[in-house]
Design a protein around this ligand. Structure first.
Ligand SMILES: [Zn+2]
Length: 673
């Protein structure tokens, strides 16, 4: 076909093939213009591993494309921008932009110059301040330094206009893309995370939102322009049209976008409170009927998220979708760009209007505040109401993906790695599951109240947030300290495996002993509310035990003789390899192993409660699976311990202890200092 496919493969080559597999949710490829995407996915359809789902994958690809190892914003810290007027001249038939960007700035520390983020590939013709020309320099580190006409003082406000032109770099799947659909040219932009400066001068970081923005796009009249905010006017001048978009809410630079092509448009209205919010769709004419017949999921989502969280954040303006050719979606403010109308995609991008756009992650370490929330909404919250059978599939699919590896935290430990920031397993699915567990831990009422408080927090709304800000809001409404929760599920890696030993000698009461091991040494114990479901052929009862320490014992009033106990049957928690053991006469009690100290140097004391009468086999493996120690022993003394000596030459790192006896194999993660 065209350079589009070449570019797509070029992008693919930068990504490990394993990341291109997806088995859980098929992208709905409705139209022939998507064949190139389908071709790429079908080549890897044989992959067995459940890896990134389409949205995570495609958002990651988008980030890979523009992220590279580029720096965070290098704009100078002596000013903020309160307003941008952006005037762009675009002909989708030509990969080119001519523009004038006028930032209104506030001086935050005295100085004689300002530095904006801006592509070195584009040419600045002039910079004017009230018709006076300013001296400027473009640097290869993607900055534009502007000499002010005088020394500016703290609090001083002013504006200037930057006139520029050129062909933005990174075409194809870059932040500024020229392509074709059905033989018609199209240009769209997609700037997350650092691509805005590729095509317009701005502050490109996660530290400043302009209070408002006006966008004027001059284009051939046979096309339509789509951008952020309210379509205010279309003024025809000869064969060209100036389309004016007006947006009066704070906006981060990476959420500013436009597209120009022969769009068909249609408008629906969502009743939110006493407002009738326009939902404007800009779609390719050949796909107009398809998009319109699938607009219900957007309308349902607007109503659902408004009811559960806060009203749609840009209520006085509008929401909308713009079709583009990039393989996925992007949550441009008030106007998500989407490749198709698939329910999971459009409800994910819609949720970003609350989580990502209204409240934006304040650093890429906290990307889950964007992606975990959007995934939670689209995977769990939306289908819970509108597509229950899909909800169960999503819950199991996300959980299986999260526990497919024994490590990994929601917190991004390496923000220089695009793959890590946009990791579908951790930032998307584990982030979404973290929220599912918060909901389970706090209950619906406190959870949704806390999330609403977070979205309405005067320090955060229409600004930036960190995980600590979310925790503070949830603690404020619940009165509960959640430090332990975020420590184990946000900063901690891995998951627990629960063992429940239970016996019932009288009809009503059951005796239960709870224990757990963890898959990664960063968390030694997960404090959780654990649901236990007692069941027989005719009766069932679920109790929730606050599981706060290993070998915890509890009496449960069951009321009937159970034959089975299910652990967390509704998958409220991240866990794997759980064991429910019915203790009857003659069954040896089993417990988790406890090796200490951990981290260890060369001596380990392994405690095995309840196993005096049996020999057990101990094996210690390296992280790579190599056996480094093997011994058979019988626990000694009242403490039932086994002393193990490891070679002093053992390299520091992660190890795993296996203890095998009549009860099967128990495991514990170890760290060698
Ligand atoms: Zn997303």
């Amino acid at each position: 076909m065209s350079a589009l496919i070449d570019e797509f493969y070029r992008v693919h080559r930068n990504i490990p093939w394993s990341l291109l597999c997806h088995t859980r949710k098929a992208i709905i490829m409705k139209k022939s213009f998507l064949i190139f995407v389908f071709t790429c996915f079908s080549t890897v359809a044989f992959c067995q591993k459940n890896t990134d789902k389409p949205i995570a994958l495609l958002e990651k690809m988008s980030a890979n494309r523009s992220f590279g190892m580029k720096q965070l914003s290098l704009a100078s810290g002596n000013f903020t921008v309160s307003y941008y007027r952006c005037e762009w001249i675009i002909n989708p038939a030509k990969n080119y932009i001519r523009g004038t960007v006028t930032p209104y700035f506030d001086i935050t520390s005295p100085g004689t110059s300002l530095v904006f983020d801006f592509s070195y590939a584009l040419t600045v013709d002039s910079i004017l301040m009230r018709s006076a020309k300013l001296v400027f320099t473009q640097y290869s580190n993607e900055t534009l330094s502007i000499q002010l006409p005088a020394s500016y003082t703290l609090g001083q406000k002013d504006s200037l206009s930057i006139y520029y032109k050129g062909t933005p770099v990174g075409g194809g799947f870059g932040s500024f893309v020229q392509s074709i659909h059905n033989g018609v040219p199209v240009i769209w932009t997609l700037s997350e995370p650092y691509g805005a400066k590729d095509w317009w001068p701005c502050r490109n970081g996660l530290d400043d939102k302009a209070d408002s923005i006006d966008i004027y796009i001059t284009h051939p009249s046979k096309y339509k322009a789509s951008s952020n905010g309210v379509p205010e006017a279309e003024v025809q001048q000869g064969s060209t049209t100036i389309s004016h978009y007006k947006h009066r809410y704070p906006i981060a630079s990476y959420l500013v976008a436009f597209s120009v092509t022969n769009f068909s448009t249609f408008t629906d209205y969502a009743a939110i409170g006493n407002k009738n919010v326009p939902v404007i769709s800009y779609v390719y004419p050949e796909d107009s009927a398809y998009f319109h017949s699938n607009v219900n999921s957007v309308m349902n989502g607007l109503s659902l998220y408004s009811n559960r969280f806060t009203p749609y954040p840009f209520l006085t303006e509008r929401y909308g979708q713009t079709q583009f050719g990039f393989g996925g979606g992007m949550e441009h403010q008030t106007n998500s760009f989407v490749i198709n109308a698939e329910e999971n995609l459009v409800t994910h991008e819609l949720a970003h209007q609350w989580f990502g756009d209204k409240v934006t992650c304040g650093s890429w370490q906290d990307i889950w505040l964007n992606e975990g929330f959007a995934t939670f909404c689209a995977d769990f919250l939306y289908p819970e109401i509108y597509n229950p059978s899909q909800n169960l599939i999503n819950i199991q699919g996300d959980l299986n993906y999260v526990v497919s590896l024994p490590d990994g935290s929601v917190k991004v430990n390496d923000t220089t790695s695009t793959g890590r920031i946009f990791d579908g397993r951790l930032s998307y699915d584990k982030g979404a599951y973290l929220l599912r567990m918060l909901r389970w831990t706090l209950g619906d009422s406190l959870f949704f109240k806390g999330i609403s408080g977070y979205l309405n927090d005067p320090k955060l709304r229409y600004g930036f947030a960190t995980t600590a800000d979310l925790q503070r809001n949830l603690e404020a409404v619940s009165g509960q300290s959640l430090g332990y929760f975020f420590k184990q599920w946000y900063a901690g890696q891995g998951y627990p495996s629960f063992t429940v030993q239970w016996s019932q000698t009288e009809k009503r009461k059951a005796a239960v002993t709870l224990s757990q091991t963890t898959s990664h040494p960063s968390v030694t114990f997960y404090k959780v509310p654990l649901a236990l479901t007692f069941r027989n052929a005719t009766e069932e009862k679920t109790v929730v035990v606050n599981f706060t320490k290993n070998n915890q014992q509890a009496k449960v009033d069951v009321g009937f003789l159970a034959d089975t106990v299910l652990i967390d049957k509704d998958y409220q928690l991240i866990s794997k390899d759980n064991k429910s053991i019915h203790l009857t006469a003659g069954t040896p009690p089993v417990t988790a192993v406890f090796a200490s100290p951990n981290p260890f140097k060369s001596q380990l004391l392994v405690r095995l409660h309840g196993m005096q009468s049996q020999n057990v086999r101990l094996e210690i493996f390296s992280n790579a699976g190599q056996l480094v120690k093997k011994t058979t022993a019988r626990p000694q003394g009242n403490d039932e311990t086994i002393s193990v000596t490891l070679p002093s030459t053992l390299p520091p790192g992660n190890y795993v202890l296996h203890v095998e006896g009549k009860m099967g194999v128990l495991k514990q993660q170890l760290i060698k200092e």
